[in-house]
Design a protein around this ligand. Sequence first.
Ligand code: HEC
Ligand code: HEC
Length: 276
Amino acid sequence: MNLLRSALHGSVLLVAPLLVSLAVSAAQTPTHSAPAPAKQNGTAAPKSYPPALVESGGSLFRQDCSFCHGRDAGGGESGPDLTRSKLVTEDVDGDKIGAVVRNGRPDKGMPHFDFSERQILGLTAFIHSQQNTAITKKGGRKGVDVSDLQTGNAEAGKQYFDGAGGCATCHSPTGDLAGIASRYQGLELEEQMLYPKHAKSRVTVTLAAGQTITGTLDYLDEFTVGLIDPTGSYRSWRTSDVQYKVDAPVTAHADLLSKYTDADIHNLMAYLQTLR
Ligand code: HEC
Ligand code: HEC
């Protein structure tokens, strides 16, 4: 469990699936019901699952798995990309995924979870549908190559920043983003744009008696939630005693950016790279 703690401690809740998630979520709008594409190596038959099942699995995934495996199962800092996993490709209705989830791989940093049959099937449906999406997406291309970063048009990026992109409503090229290209280069800059790592998450804790406390998330694992309250004091509770809701600005930022096309992103990158 140490990995889980360190993955969560301090910084924001969601360890960035970064570029991968951009590409995957851009392709995500579809098609639970569309015919699934052929799997790479012809093992398990491609299958599409009922949308409601995929959806319930998706929300469970985001709650319990995404901080290691990425929001879209495309991999995070502490968990592998499940859309490229051979085990997932070979899985049939959870026979392999279920075993990993129930037993975990404690020595490798994968915790175990006590989930019902139904929950496992939901997770399985979600992970398979993410894999199908990732495979369909432009012949399996995921993420953005470093060379792609040089293909944008800075002038178009500036217009987008000031206009349709809405970036200027929160940012200024001479204010908070001044010199951004000197602070981060290339992919690192793009990652920072997609998942601003240093942004603090807010958390609201509701005590059993109904009182709520909102503050900056400071610590979270499966047992403990801790925050810095408005007076600057650290307070923490057992997760089993309270309800809590984390509001991560990084997630909102990524959601926002994933609406834009690849060309928009490339132009924005070209523009940001002029801010030295
Ligand atoms: C604390 C981080 C963490 C969390 C939380 C986590 N995993 Fe993992 N998971 C890992 C790591 C690390 C591995 C790789 C283990 C290894 O190298 O054998 C892994 C491996 C896997 C694998 C096997 C992939 C393969 O190709 O062998 C599956 C499937 C999986 N996780 C699913 C899940 C699901 C579903 C959840 C949520 C219920 C979840 N994981 C939660 C860290 C995590
Ligand atoms: C609703 C407000 C909002 C909008 C709109 C917005 N951002 Fe952000 N952005 C943020 C916040 C909050 C952060 C985190 C700030 C921090 O870490 O100090 C951030 C961080 C960033 C960072 C990293 C800054 C750093 O110093 O590390 C970049 C780059 C960035 N945004 C680019 C963009 C671009 C490009 C757009 C438009 C496509 C955009 N943002 C739209 C709120 C917004």
